[in-house]
Design a protein around this ligand. Structure first.
Ligand code: SAH
Ligand code: SF4
Ligand code: F3S
Length: 444
């Protein structure tokens, strides 16, 4: 709390872990906090309210949160009026146990309670008690929750919540509940508002966007893509994540035909052997996935494909892993996020026998990354001399004279700054392609 020109200012500090859905939820939390008088601050020390929006997809994510919770203890001792809340997936999973473990937490709010934040904060402001509200239920986030967007150019738009897939390693369905799709008109309305507020790019979010609309049947994902593509003023439309089991030819055609629909599909395969895919309950096979990729590439030759891969799933053998490396060399992803399998209690895989030793997992991860990095570099090298459309984002991390932006295919491009502003669309000729970035020169 600060008194500036006689007026009291209250500050909120949000710490956000996890996926884009968590980022998007946090924007709706901050939006609400603003309506009851909190201003965002980067300074944890000056905050009157600290919120950690948590992730529990892997153990490392949880460890990070526990570390942060510990750090905040002394701030609470210095300022007993500080309000400290835990939200998100770990809040959902642990509930009251979090407060038992760390009594300096004031409230724990589950993933389906984002819209209850102001009510809970008000209650604690008035009474200083503890509040735990993690009932999962089937409610969806109401459409009218105010949003304070963190990005300046690109807006996250949630199109559905939850997941029905129950991949055997994954905690998400247990902490996010069943799939619920927003109505198409509500999504289009939010996209229109984002465009009116100056956003040129939107990213449509869901754990599995391809099953959008299967509940309300008012529009499927391909229909929705078309509607968003047609919003006047939109420049780029992205979406994630696509589950391979239900990416239809209709969706592929929509991406091919859409003017603003970016040629990038994040299509997590998770593994490259049928035995492990089956144990993971991914429902597709190596063969059906390859056929899907063939159809995507035939329709959209420029497409970039990215993926998620997990090594060390229970029962993984050298033979499975060799098949996965062969699979990668055959598919040739533009890039991949690689993870070491993390045992999540409550999921079927946690009870499976033959858990893979840590050192084996680490060695396989390294091998996997080496193979993928080589492929990424080969693919990017083919772009040498090519001119690409770049949406300018801003100065690069290491050098203020070098700016960065992205291609439609979601590759990062670096170029010498020459008066461009964030949000400009420029043409860059690629001169030095690398594994992670493309360096180039602006074409005037
Ligand atoms: N709904 C998305 C993303 C879910 S979480 C999808 O289905 O693709 C993001 C990624 O985390 C997953 O794609 C998976 O690769 C990884 N992941 C999920 N659970 C994991 C676990 N227990 N251990 C390691 N990685 C995991
Ligand atoms: Fe997890 Fe599978 Fe759902 Fe993705 S599709 S969130 S990996 S259960
Ligand atoms: Fe993590 Fe929850 Fe997202 S567990 S990955 S924040 S849905």
């Amino acid at each position: 709390m600060k008194r500036i020109d006689g007026k009291v200012h209250r500050f909120a500090h949000l710490i956000v872990y996890g996926c884009q859905m968590n980022q998007s939820d946090a924007e709706r939390m901050l939006g609400q906090l603003k309506t009851i008088g909190y201003e965002p601050t980067e300074e944890m020390g000056e905050a009157d309210l600290i919120l950690i929006n948590t992730c529990c997809v892997r153990e490392t994510a949880e460890d990070r949160v526990y570390g942060k919770i510990g750090e905040i203890k002394h701030l609470k001792r210095q300022n007993p009026d500080l309000i400290f809340g835990i939200t998100g997936c770990m809040a959902q999973k642990e509930g009251e146990a979090l407060i038992k473990r760390a009594p300096h937490i004031d409230f724990v709010l589950g993933t389906n309670k984002v819209h209850e934040l102001t009510r809970v904060v008000r209650e604690i402001e008035a009474e200083h008690g503890h509040v735990v509200d993690v009932e999962l239920g089937e409610t969806e986030l109401p459409d009218d929750v105010p949003v304070a967007r963190s990005g300046k150019l690109s807006a996250w738009i949630p199109i559905m919540y939850g997941c029905n897939n129950f991949c055997t390693y994954c905690i998400v369905p247990y902490v996010r509940g069943r799939e619920r799709s927003r109505l198409p008109e509500e999504i289009v309305k939010e996209v229109r508002e984002a465009v009116a507020a100056g956003y040129e790019e939107v990213t449509l979010l869901g754990q599995n966007v391809n099953s959008y609309g299967k509940d309300h049947k008012q529009a499927d994902f391909a229909d929705l893509l078309k509607m968003v593509d047609e919003v006047p003023g939109i420049r780029r439309v992205r979406f994630m994540t696509s589950h391979p089991k239900d990416l239809s030819d209709k969706v592929i055609a929509a991406i091919r035909d859409g003017e603003h629909l970016c040629e990038h599909i994040h299509l997590p395969v998770q593994y490259g052997s049928n035995r492990i895919l089956k144990a993971m309950n991914r429902v597709y096979t190596v063969e059906s996935y390859k056929d899907l990729v063939r159809r995507i590439r035939a329709a959209i030759p420029e497409v970039s494909l990215t993926t998620d891969l997990i090594v060390g799933f229970p029962g993984e053998t050298d033979e499975d892993f060799a098949q996965m490396l062969d699979f990668l060399r055959e598919i040739r992803y533009d890039s991949a996020y690689t993870f070491i399998y993390s045992k999540r209690s409550g999921t079927p895989a946690a009870k499976m026998e033959d858990q893979v030793p840590e050192d084996v997992k680490k060695a396989r991860l390294q091998q996997l990354m080496d193979v993928q990095n080589e492929i990424s570099l080969e693919i990017n090298t083919k772009l040498l001399g090519r001119e690409v459309e770049v949406m300018v984002e801003g100065p690069s991390k290491n050098d203020a004279a070098v700016w960065s932006g992205r291609t439609r295919t979601n590759k990062i491009v670096l170029f010498a700054h020459d008066g461009e502003q964030p949000g400009d669309f420029v043409t860059v000729k690629i001169t030095h392609p690398q594994t992670w970035v493309l360096k180039g020169e602006r074409v005037h």
